[in-house]
Design a protein around this ligand. Structure first.
Ligand SMILES: O=C(CO)COP(=O)(O)O
Length: 271
């Protein structure tokens, strides 16, 4: 169980929606508004389960205006950032711009960026540091492809990505960091890793963080699972001891479904 003996979660659960390249800025506002209404109707307690959205860059200003105007407690962030601060980097977005737009978080090293944009571990480590430099918390994504899973080397592979991504961080930064384990074979395929697969990897990640930064830090870092998470499987995954949240793709585009995932505790009680 994620819950400790006193019934409280060890770490605040974090439910995040990665919209990927979906939702223009008008559609994005509507989606966020519907999500906020649904959660408000359900009297969701945001201090108990944190909610975040990762819209496309072009939506962020509208999201900021809505969140501020309606005093929403939904956090938001970019899906990527530049490893550089400013200058001649056409098409890139600085962490400083994200901070200015009120982004609390930013995704770093999503598998779609690692593969389609060939982002190396070295670049991703620079992006993690750039995020911290600009006061934005990185959500570092790690995870193996199908061949690696079939070869049985998925833990080694994922921990190697982790070590490269967090190299040079301070203990304080490592405690604040969020790590998302997203096995590539489970992304957008409907093929969800079993709760025990998510737990196996999250436990291995936590133990590696303990080796690198000490037990106090590792006890604070939040670890997410991502890959075909839906309302009907989120509860079982989130029940695992080392899984502190989920990073949701497709299902985050449906406000009712995503709200269902956010409210996973009500399903646990019903079990
Ligand atoms: O990549 C993901 C989240 O970042 C997962 O996507 P799906 O939930 O659509 O499988």
């Amino acid at each position: 169980m994620t819950t400790s003996t006193n019934g409280a979660f060890d770490r605040t659960p974090f439910i995040a929606g990665n919209w990927k390249m979906n939702m223009d800025h008008v559609q994005g506002i509507t989606l966020l508004q519907k999500l906020a209404w649904t959660l408000s109707d359900a009297k969701h307690d945001y201090s108990r389960v944190e909610v975040a959205a990762f819209p496309p860059f072009t939506d962020l200003r509208g999201v900021q205006t809505l969140v501020q105007g309606d005093d929403l407690h939904i956090a938001y962030g970019g899906q990527d950032l530049s490893q550089f601060d400013s200058g001649a980097y056409t098409g890139d977005i600085s962490g400083q711009f994200l901070n200015k737009l009120g982004c609390k978080y930013v995704l770093v090293g999503h598998s779609e960026r690692r593969t389609i944009h060939n982002e190396s571990d070295e670049v991703l480590n620079a992006k993690v540091k750039a995020a911290f430099r600009h006061g934005v918390v990185p959500v570092l994504c790690v995870g193996e492809g199908l061949e690696i899973r079939q070869a049985g080397t998925h833990v080694d592979h994922t921990l190697q990505q982790l070590r490269a991504g967090v190299a040079g961080l301070t203990n304080e930064q490592a405690a604040e960091l969020v790590v998302a384990y997203e096995p590539v074979w489970a992304i957008g395929t409907g093929e969800v890793a079993g709760p025990e697969d998510a737990q196996e990897m999250c436990a291995a990640i936590r133990s590696e963080l303990e080796t690198l930064f000490g037990a106090d830090v590792a006890a604070k870092t939040r670890l997410l699972y991502g890959g075909s998470v839906k309302g009907n499987n989120a509860g079982a995954i989130l029940r695992e001891r080392d899984v502190d949240g989920v990073l949701v793709g497709g299902a985050s585009l449906d406000p009712a479904e995503f709200a269902n995932i956010v409210r996973f505790e009500s399903h646990l009680v019903a079990d």
